[in-house]
Design a protein around this ligand. Structure first.
Ligand SMILES: *[C@@H]1O[C@H](CO)[C@@H](O)[C@H](O)[C@H]1NC(C)=O
Ligand SMILES: *[C@@H]1O[C@H](CO)[C@@H](O)[C@H](O)[C@H]1NC(C)=O
Length: 444
């Protein structure tokens, strides 16, 4: 009797196996890649770049993420790229305790993501996800890849647990849970990419994860502008965004910074440096131009800093905080005289993409120093690095002394431009670099 039931069981198992294999063969496409980010697709440049590069190399790309900002035109108008939007979780903040909110959100995301992935046709042959966020993405992607026999790939931009620790503290239960999940399932990816050498070493030493460094590179639209194009754009800027950079009688200096207005960027540093600039202008001791400082981006702390900015009664410094259309962002970088980057990293292991974009436009930056910044920005070689508001203030003053006719500075800027990507000995453009480092892992 038991022998018969065992035989029947094995037969059923075998039938199931055959059906399952047939199903995979029928619906799976070798040339389909799923690129997933549990965030606003339009604000996930690196994942969009991956998608564009896959499409350029003949893959069909299913990009999965949240709606919000419009994705790049190369995505939305690309017939090889399909966008799948997840449903944003209900906004329960302030209505439930924080932990409960978090649980509801994760359950919502889990169901939504599973539903979307398992219903999407064709079945992807590979799935690349961005980390962070790790929960619930990484376990679910792993599960999908096991069931569908797909290649599981993680692109490590940072760590989810170190980002959470900024808000909750290192020893919070959620942070420890995040770390556990991130590492347990992170180890199971077939291939890993990451953004810096420092992160590669960290992944290897702590968790024995072998990752390949794929530095961020500007895509083609981040390029320098001619003088004519700059002037034309500055005209647009004043009409469209109410930012005027005066040309006469004297030319103003133009500073650009971009941010997502979160806790990990302390904008009071820039505001205090600008205050210092204003003070020195007031004394009239140095020949300094007025400056216009445009800070682009959206985010939670914008209101807070706007309130501080509005209290300043500066005569020589104007601060504007526009939200630019996608197409105008590269142009504003290319039209500026100096970029400022206040990015610090929660893990100390990732690099600011905005500096990469600025370098693409050949815009020198003043960058706030942290752990692995030197993999991209080196002081006095390709830009300036500061440690506090005092140093930033001094750098602004020096940079704009006798502007725009300072011979010393013209030479310095030329040197910076030539050295912008020289610390990272690889292809200068994203796609070339991508083809070299990523494509081989996706060719059958
Ligand atoms: C323009 O600059 C010159 C010196 O370079 C200065 O004497 C003059 O006052 C400036 N004009 C204005 C309106 O700031
Ligand atoms: C140029 O800037 C430097 C500071 O970086 C300053 O010492 C010098 O006086 C400025 N002017 C000229 C004409 O070089």
């Amino acid at each position: 009797m038991t022998l018969i039931s065992l035989a029947v069981f094995l037969l059923l198992l075998w039938i199931f196996f055959i059906v399952y294999k047939t199903y995979l063969r029928r619906y799976k496409s070798v040339k389909n890649v799923c690129v997933l980010v549990l965030g606003d697709i339009g604000r996930s440049p690196r994942m969009q770049y991956h998608a564009i590069s896959f499409a350029r190399e003949g893959f069909v790309v299913d990009i999965v993420g949240y709606p919000g900002s419009p994705p790049m035109r190369e995505i939305s108008e690309n017939e090889r790229v399909r966008i799948y939007y997840l449903r944003p979780p209900p906004d329960l903040q302030n209505r439930l305790p924080r932990l409960l909110c978090y649980i509801v959100k994760v359950v919502w995301q889990t169901v939504d993501l599973l539903w979307l992935l398992f219903n999407k046709r064709p079945i992807s042959n590979s799935l690349m996800t961005q980390n962070p966020p790790a929960i619930p993405t990484i376990p679910i992607c792993w599960f999908y890849c096991v069931v569908m026999e797909a290649q599981f790939v993680i692109d490590w931009h940072n760590y989810a647990h170190s980002l959470m620790a900024l808000n909750l503290g290192k020893n919070h239960v959620l942070v420890r849970l995040a770390k556990f999940i991130e590492t347990t399932f992170g180890c199971r990816a077939k291939n890993n990419f990451c953004v810096t050498k420092a992160m590669k070493e960290d992944l290897e030493n702590k968790w024995a994860i072998q990752a390949k460094v794929l530095y961020d590179r500007p895509i083609d639209k981040f390029h320098p502008l001619t003088l004519e194009e700059k002037n034309e754009f500055l005209g647009t800027l004043s009409e469209k965004y109410d930012i005027s950079v005066p040309f006469s009688p004297n030319r103003s200096g133009f500073i650009v910074s971009s941010t997502s207005w979160t806790e990990d960027e302390d904008f009071s540093i820039l505001l205090n440096a600008l205050q210092e600039y204003e003070n020195v202008c007031e004394t009239g001791e140095l020949n300094l131009p007025d400056v216009v400082c445009a800070i682009t981006g959206k985010g939670p702390l914008k209101e807070f800093y706007m309130a501080i900015i509005n209290l300043k009664k500066w005569k020589h410094v104007v601060v504007k905080t526009p939200w630019l259309e996608n197409e105008d962002y590269p142009k504003i970088l290319a039209s500026a005289d100096l970029g400022v980057c206040l990015h610090t990293s929660s893990s100390g292991l990732d690099l600011p993409m905005k500096v990469v974009d600025m370098f693409g436009c050949r815009l020198p930056v003043c960058a706030y120093n942290f752990n692995c910044l030197s993999e991209l920005v080196r002081h006095n070689e390709n830009s300036l690095v500061f440690a506090d508001e005092k140093e930033l203030g001094d750098q602004l003053i020096k940079w704009f002394q006798d502007f725009p006719d300072n011979e010393t500075h013209r030479h310095l800027r030329k040197k910076f431009e030539e050295n912008m990507f020289s610390s990272q000995q690889e292809h200068n453009d994203w796609h070339g670099n991508w083809k070299l480092n990523v494509l081989p892992y996706f060719q059958a």
